[in-house]
Design a protein around this ligand. Structure first.
Ligand code: ACO
Length: 326
């Protein structure tokens, strides 16, 4: 069976930077509170008119350029997102059009902050089945459009961005070794966006109730996230006969620094094994792992043969990991 190897990475973050000081002008908060509770110092915010598919297409082009793969060679595009351009059609189809990947088939995956790892799993399985030779896997979000800018509990946490990888079907040892996906729908109310959809169709009353904005019970999310991120990281290692010390780079979903440090401590990881960039992007949901991966890759932090562990948790709840030999 062929392996799905990551042969190119790319990311894109909108130009506008929103600092904690800027948010102090919108809600009753302060830089010290935000940094001490979350580690976040600033986040990027998409420009008016800029869409999720634009961010995704920028990241995809950069990944294809690194891979030396043309849009015509792409067989499949999977986008992990919860803030697509439209409820439908899929943002992946819009990306296909933007980059000119005429031969590809394209679909979205909705798994919130686990969206990129879920999307990766879908593409890896397509490659293993033999029908797909080159795939684009993208995580892209414009969370600033669903954040309630009057709610200090949530608005400080999130940011916009996109990251992408090109997967290639290859023989040999290098590539995605395994993926591990889980969900538990009994937790859906702890982190969700109520409207507008079939349960709450569009209405002005719904707008007054602020249904189109993200809702979260932060404390509960925190506890379950730390437990599940730790469990699913162990699952990937055990499945491959490895231990925490074998990880060259741990790339977790960048939710907030306290969650990441709690997970790293439980996994007994040294600081240099863990990639953290939440300080500069906030939580970009499905985009956070591929943005971090691309940064680490371009900074020369990853060498051929390195073992990488992706670890994600998000609304649903969903959680997932992927072990990669680079
Ligand atoms: N500025 C100042 N004060 C604030 C702010 C703010 N931005 N937000 C909340 N507070 C206040 C609260 O109102 C509360 O005040 P009170 O005691 O007078 O009621 C106080 O701070 C403490 O609130 P808590 O919610 O208990 O604060 P906590 O220490 O739990 O930190 C946080 C909140 C940062 C949201 C934390 O729960 C967390 O990190 N949760 C994880 C959530 C997360 O990362 N979600 C992302 C999506 S899921 C994922 O990606 C994994």
């Amino acid at each position: 069976m062929k392996k799905a190897r990551i042969v190119g990475t790319g990311c894109y973050a909108p130009e506008a930077v929103l600092t904690n000081r800027d948010i102090e002008k919108k809600v009753d908060t302060n830089d010290e509170w935000i940094v001490s509770r979350t580690g976040i110092r600033e986040r990027r915010i998409a420009a008016e008119g800029e869409c999720t598919s634009d961010l995704a297409a920028h990241a995809a082009r950069r990944a294809m350029e690194m891979a030396g793969v043309s849009a015509q060679e792409i067989d499949l595009i999977v986008v992990g997102t919860i803030t697509g351009d439209f409820p439908w059609p899929a943002t992946a189809c819009l990306v296909q059009e933007k980059i000119g990947a005429k031969r590809a088939f394209a679909f979205d995956v909705s798994a919130a902050c686990s969206g990129f790892v879920y999307a990766l799993d879908a593409a890896v399985k397509q490659i293993q089945c033999g029908g797909v030779k080159k795939a684009l896997v993208i995580g892209a979000e414009i969370l600033s459009r669903i954040v309630d800018w009057e709610d200090r509990n949530t608005c400080v946490l999130f940011g916009d961005g996109a990251g992408a990888v090109v997967l290639s079907a290859e023989e040999g040892e290098h590539g995605v070794l395994s993926t591990h996906l889980h969900s538990d729908g009994s937790y859906w109310e702890l982190l969700y966006q109520a409207g507008f959809g079939a349960r709450h169709p569009a209405s002005s009353q719904g707008l007054d109730q602020r249904l189109p904005f993200l809702k979260m019970q932060g404390n509960e999310v925190f506890k379950v996230a730390v437990r599940m991120l730790t469990e699913v990281a162990h699952e990937a290692l055990t499945h491959n006969g490895m231990e925490c010390k074998d990880i060259d780079l741990f790339i977790p979903h960048q939710a907030n620094r306290r969650i990441l440090e709690a997970v790293a401590k439980r996994l007994h990881l040294r600081d240099e094994q863990v990639y953290i960039n939440v300080d500069f992007y906030g939580n970009t949901s499905g985009a956070s792992i591929p943005i971090a991966l691309d940064e680490a890759n371009r900074a020369g932090r990853i060498k051929p043969g390195d073992i990488l562990l992706f670890d994600a948790f998000g609304g649903g709840f969903t959680w997932a990991s992927a072990l990669i030999r680079w």
